[in-house]
Write a protein that binds this ligand. Sequence first.
Ligand code: FES
Ligand code: FES
Length: 162
Amino acid sequence: MARITVTVDGVAYQEEVEPRLLLVHLLRDRIGKTGTPIGCDTGNCGACTIMLDGRSAKSCSVLAVQADGAEVLTVEGLAGPDGWHPMQRAFHEEHALQCGYCTPGMIMAAIDLLKDDPDPSEDAVRAGLEGNLCRCTGYSNIVRAVRGGARAMRDAGAVGDR
Ligand code: FES
Ligand code: FES
């Protein structure tokens, strides 16, 4: 067992973990962050995407011990005192989900994409989110939502915040 300290959505946790424990299982089973789903458990679908020290990561591809000392942000930590994060609002307004299983990972990956490209073209959004799969929507509304969320974040001066 290893003792780790990890900050998740602004709260510090100290946990005893087996070296083989995946970060996504720590988040869901130990910390209760079930808003981060598991789709494939093999790094392919992107459903489990979170921010690890400010950049997106597939939490089924990271060991919990690798997050020792790190800051993790999940979809559950995105909303602020004024309500939803602009990207969450954009997904709602553009009907960018059906079953919603891919949505937390899509939103986290989209916010990360904007850190490198605050005004992405449609092609740039599609390329940036190619590691995140959706079985339902056909992606068009997701692309529209990401571009709308990007616009809202630029207007709010929030690109790069989180
Ligand atoms: S559950 Fe992590 S990439 Fe699919
Ligand atoms: S909305 Fe169902 S997988 Fe994307």
